[in-house]
Design a protein around this ligand. Structure first.
Ligand code: ADP
Ligand code: MG
Length: 292
């Protein structure tokens, strides 16, 4: 068995990160009663590391457990919207309008996706203007938090797809979030920039959001056949220890295909190993978030 075939792993066997595979419980159903909308920001200032892919597919895997999930597209590229078949460039109003106006109702901007239990707050290029426009606002770092806090009662989980930068938009995402999930591609230099990211997370925690916590680091685009991918993961585990998820997402052409199809891998190729990897990640996320 190649290291990385985690769907065939049982507890105690060596997992893809080189550590013993944990005894992961099955995904528990959502709590009954009032929803609390746990907010998780997918954050890495490097582009192309799997933030959007993880937002869409972790979101879909969590929605499969019966949880009500809201995805927040917070990148002016609008990739999360496009990846779910929503063309954000034809939309008149997006998250940008919610950020800059207090009179607009989020319900008018939220779009259902083709995935049961999963909605999205779309973004498009307008959002790039918000970065500048927010600078002159009072409490400019808390703008997204103000929007999302009002939506928490409607969702079990809210996932924010951050832009590839550490600018004001990402600071807004980190201020609005309870947890940070950092996708890291299994390539040389992946660790470059992580110190800067950690520094930003710590500054936001000190000054704006004391409850912010690192949820985990996720190895993505892992190629079990190459020594190189394994070496990178070993270094990530040496550096970050138990913060690193046991689940690793392997490289497969299926992910770019899902973007073209405009749907998550859990519906595009429900029995594929990529779908299973994101379902396993959902179990690991739930194990780390006992209240979600
Ligand atoms: P980011 O949001 O961090 O910029 P994306 O999620 O958009 O990164 O991924 C960048 C590109 O890599 C996209 O074309 C996506 O389809 C592809 N991709 C993401 N994850 C994988 C994977 N596990 N295997 C192969 N391609 C992937
Ligand atoms: Mg992206």
């Amino acid at each position: 068995m190649a290291r990385g075939d985690q769907e065939e792993l049982s507890a105690g066997m060596v997992g893809p990160t080189g550590r013993p595979w944990p005894d992961l419980p099955a995904a528990r159903p959502p709590r009954q009663g009032k929803k609390h909308g746990l907010v998780i920001a997918m954050c890495n200032q490097k582009g192309g590391v799997g933030k959007t892919t993880t937002t869409i597919n972790l979101g879909a895997a969590l929605a499969e457990t019966g949880r009500k999930v809201l995805l927040v597209d917070f990148d002016p590229q609008g990739s999360a919207s496009v990846g779910l078949g929503v063309n954000p460039h034809t939309l008149e109003r997006t998250i940008y309008n919610l950020l800059l106006s207090r009179t607009i109702d989020a319900a008018d901007i939220i779009v259902p996706t083709g995935v049961e239990n999963m909605d999205i707050l779309p973004a498009n290029i307008d959002l790039s203007a918000a970065e500048l426009q927010l600078v002159s606002e009072v409490a400019r770092e808390q703008t997204l938090k103000r929007v999302l806090d009002r939506l928490r009662g409607d969702y079990d989980m809210i996932l924010i797809d951050c832009a590839p930068s550490l600018g004001l938009l990402t600071v807004n995402a980190l201020t609005a979030a309870d947890k940070v999930l950092t996708p890291l591609e299994c390539e040389f230099f992946a660790l470059r920039g992580i110190a800067l990211l950690t520094d930003t997370v710590n500054k936001v925690k000190d000054r704006l959001n004391p409850d912010l916590e690192m949820l985990g680091i996720l190895g993505t685009m892992f190629d079990a056949r190459t020594l190189h991918s394994r070496e990178v993961l070993d270094r990530v585990v040496q550096a970050f220890g138990e913060t690193v998820f046991h689940t690793v997402i392997r490289r497969t052409i299926k992910f770019p295909e899902t973007t073209v199809a405009g749907e998550p891998i859990t519906t595009y190729a429900p029995t594929s190993s990529g779908a299973d990897q994101y379902r396993t990640l959902a179990r690991e996320v739930l194990a780390r978030c006992p209240d979600a």
